[in-house]
Write a protein that binds this ligand. Structure first.
Ligand code: ADP
Ligand code: MG
Length: 558
C-alpha cells in the first residue's frame, strides 16, 4: 500500500496521545517500522543515551522516493486506509504519527532507496538523492532539544540506555528470525543471530545460563519459552508477553502467569518468560493506548485460561518425577474419624503431630503404596527418605506446611475446615484492628475452623480451633490470621494468605523430634499433595539426589 494521509474521521478514531516521551519510545517506533517493512536485519546505534543520536538501519522494503516526505506528515500511513482496517491490523504501526512526532522534537535524516530527506523541528530542511542502498536508515539527532521540559523529565543516562536496550531485547526475543545488533556509544551491547530459534534469541538477551534452562511452551495458541522452578529473578523484568507478536503489558495476563508459579517460586521471585499469544484479530483491540502497549481483549477470561493451561502443561512436565516405591510399607496406616480429626494415640497429643494424619482429601488412600521409605531424621529437622528416583532430603516443617496448606485449601473449597472444640476456652487479646477484622471476617474464620464469642472490646473467647492446629498454638494462629484477613488483596488472595499462615502455625516445627511412624506419615502425605517443591511461603520442601547422581559421584555402574 502507498502512504496516504488518513481521512480526518479515521484519524480521530485513533487513540491519540504522546508517543515519544523518551528516547526508548522513539526507538520503539523505529523498530516497529523496520519490522513492518519486513526487515531481516536491523542495526541500531544509540549515543548519548539517545539524546545525541538514535540510528536505525534496516534491510526492509524501503519507502518509495515520491512518498518520503509524506511519511513524515501526521496521520500519513501505508498500513490502514479505512476504519474497518483498524479492527484487523496485523502491522505493528497504523497511526501514521510516529515519524511526524519524532521529527517535531528532533533533527531527523532518512535515507531510503535512492532518496533522502532531512527535517528539523517539523520542517523539511532539505530533500535530495542518496547513494542507493537496500532498506531504510533513519537518524534522530538532538532529541528534545527544543522541548527542555521533556529533557528535564528524562531519567539518568543509565536508565534511559537501559530502556532503549529493553526495547531492542523485546523485539529480538519476539522476532528471533530477525537479526538485531545494538551499539551503545560505539560498543556492542546486543547481537541476536536471527536464526529463527527462540532459544538463540534468549541466549543473546539473557545469556547462556538462563537460556539453557528455559523450557518450550507450545499449546493453546501460546508459544515461547519459560523458566521452571529452579530459575527465578527478583523482579518482573524477565517477563515478556506479546500478542500477535506485539509486546504488550497486561496486568491480568501478568497475574495469570504469576499464578502458575505460585508455590513453585519463593515470594518476591519471578520467572523468566517469553510468550507470544496468537489471537484472532477480532479478539484483540490494539487501538486503546497511544503507544499500543496496552490492548483490550474480548473474552479475556478465555485468553487468561489458555495462557495458564499452556504454561502449566510445560511446568507439570518439568516437575520432579513422582516418587513411587515398588515395595509396600505397611507401617503407616493411621486411624481417623470421618471429620478428619484424629483418633487413637496421636489424637491426645497437643503438638502439631496430630495433624500428621492422613487427610480427608479425595484419594487420600491409606492402601496406596507409600511414596518413599523414611530412613530417619537428621540435623535439627530434616528427614531422609529413600525413593525410586533416589535419596530425598526433606525440610520437615516446610513439607508439613505444604501438606496442611493444600489440605486447608481443599477443605475450604469443599465447605470448610474441620473444627475441634477446645477443652478450655481461651481468651485472646486483640488490638482494635484485629477486633474489627474478626467482625468483618466472621464467616471466613468459621470456615477456617475458628469459633469464638465476644469478650469485651479488646478480646475474644475462643471456643473451637481448626482440628489440625494444636490447641496451644490456636491463639497465636488466630491473631496472625486476623492480620492477614485485614490486609490488602482480593478476598481470594486474603483467604489463601490465611490458609498459608494457619498451615505454618499448625505444622511440626523444624526442631521437633518425629518418631518413625510420624516420619512415614509425613512422607506419605507429602506425596499425596500436588507435586509442589516449596512450602506456601516459597521455601523448598525437598531435595532429590538421584541415583544417577550418586552413581556418577561414586563411579558405579549400578
Ligand atoms: P505508521 O507506522 O503508524 O504507519 P509512521 O509515522 O511510523 O506511521 O510511519 C509512516 C509510514 O512511513 C509508514 O506507514 C511506512 O509506510 C513508512 N515507513 C516508516 N519507516 C519505514 C521503514 N523503516 N521502512 C519502510 N517504510 C517505512
Ligand atoms: Mg510506525
Amino acid at each position: 500500500m502507498s502512504i496516504q494521509v488518513l481521512a480526518p474521521e479515521i484519524a480521530d478514531a485513533i487513540a491519540a496521545g504522546e508517543v515519544v516521551e523518551r528516547p526508548a519510545a522513539a526507538l520503539k517506533e523505529l523498530l516497529e517500522n523496520s519490522l513492518d517493512a519486513g526487515a531481516r536485519r536491523v542495526v541500531i546505534e544509540v549515543r548519548g543515551a539517545g539524546k545525541t543520536l538514535i540510528r536505525v538501519a534496516d534491510d526492509g522494503s524501503g519507502i518509495p522516493p515520491e512518498e518520503l516526505e509524506l511519511a513524515f506528515r501526521r496521520h500519513a500511513t501505508s498500513k490502514i486506509r479505512r476504519l474497518e482496517d483498524l479492527e484487523r491490523v496485523s502491522s505493528l504501526g497504523f497511526r501514521g504519527e510516529a515519524l511526524a512526532s519524532i521529527a517535531s522534537v528532533a533533527e531527523v535524516e532518512c535515507r531510503s532507496g535512492p532518496a533522502r530527506i532531512r527535517l528539523r523541528h517539523g520542517r523539511v530542511l532539505e530533500q535530495g538523492v542518496a547513494p542507493p542502498s537496500p532498506g531504510t536508515v533513519i537518524e534522530i539527532r538532538d532529541l528534545f532539544q527544543n522541548t527542555p521540559a521533556r529533557l528535564r523529565f528524562l531519567k539518568t543516562d543509565a536508565t534511559e540506555i537501559a530502556a532503549c536496550r529493553r526495547q531492542v531485547e523485546a523485539y529480538a526475543l519476539i522476532y528471533p528470525g530477525v537479526r538485531f545488533e545494538l551499539l551503545v556509544d560505539g560498543r556492542p551491547a546486543l547481537r541476536s543471530s536471527g536464526s529463527g530459534e527462540a532459544r538463540d534469541a534468549a541466549l543473546a538477551v539473557h545469556g547462556e545460563r538462563i537460556a539453557v534452562e528455559l523450557m518450550p511452551v507450545e499449546s493453546h495458541g501460546v508459544r515461547g519459552l519459560i523458566s521452571g522452578p529452579s530459575l527465578s529473578r527478583g523482579n518482573r523484568d524477565g517477563i515478556l508477553l506479546a500478542v500477535n507478536r506485539r509486546p504488550i503489558f497486561s496486568r491480568s495476563l501478568l497475574h495469570a502467569i504469576e499464578e502458575c508459579y505460585a508455590g513453585l517460586l519463593e515470594r518476591g521471585r519471578y520467572p523468566v518468560v517469553v510468550l507470544n499469544l496468537e489471537l484472532d484479530g477480532s479478539l484483540v483491540d490494539v487501538n486503546v493506548h497511544p503507544t499500543k502497549r496496552e490492548v483490550r481483549f474480548h473474552h479475556e477470561s478465555g485468553i487468561f485460561a489458555s495462557l495458564q493451561r499452556a504454561i502449566r502443561a510445560t511446568l507439570e512436565g518439568s516437575q520432579v518425577p513422582n516418587l513411587v516405591l515398588a515395595e509396600r510399607d505397611t507401617s503407616v496406616a493411621a486411624p481417623m474419624t470421618a471429620a478428619g480429626t484424629v483418633s487413637g494415640s496421636w489424637g491426645a497429643k497437643s503438638t502439631a503431630r496430630a495433624a500428621l494424619a492422613p487427610a480427608g482429601l479425595p484419594g487420600a488412600d491409606p492402601d496406596e503404596p507409600p511414596a518413599a521409605r523414611a530412613v530417619g531424621q537428621v540435623g535439627p529437622g530434616y528427614l531422609v527418605a529413600e525413593a525410586a528416583d533416589g535419596l530425598i532430603l526433606i525440610d520437615q516443617h516446610a513439607a508439613h506446611e505444604r501438606v496442611l496448606y493444600n489440605r486447608l485449601l481443599a477443605r475450604l473449597r469443599a465447605g470448610g475446615v474441620a473444627s475441634q472444640p477446645l477443652l478450655l476456652a481461651e481468651v485472646v487479646e486483640l488490638d482494635a484492628g484485629m477486633r474489627a477484622a474478626a467482625d468483618d471476617n466472621f464467616r471466613q474464620l468459621r470456615d477456617l475452623g475458628f469459633e469464638f464469642e465476644d469478650f469485651g472490646p479488646q478480646a475474644l473467647r475462643l471456643t473451637s480451633a481448626p482440628a489440625d492446629t494444636p490447641a496451644a498454638r490456636a491463639p497465636d494462629a488466630l491473631r496472625e490470621l486476623l492480620q492477614v484477613l485485614a490486609g490488602s488483596g482480593t478476598a481470594g488472595e486474603r483467604l489463601e494468605g490465611a490458609a498459608a499462615s494457619l498451615a505454618c502455625h499448625s505444622a511440626v516445627r523444624f526442631g521437633d523430634q518425629l518418631d518413625p511412624a510420624e516420619q512415614a506419615r509425613l512422607l506419605r502425605e507429602l506425596d499425596l499433595t500436588e507435586p509442589s517443591l516449596t512450602c506456601p511461603h516459597g521455601r523448598p520442601t525437598r531435595l532429590l539426589v538421584s541415583w544417577a547422581e550418586l552413581r556418577r559421584h561414586f563411579r558405579r555402574n549400578y
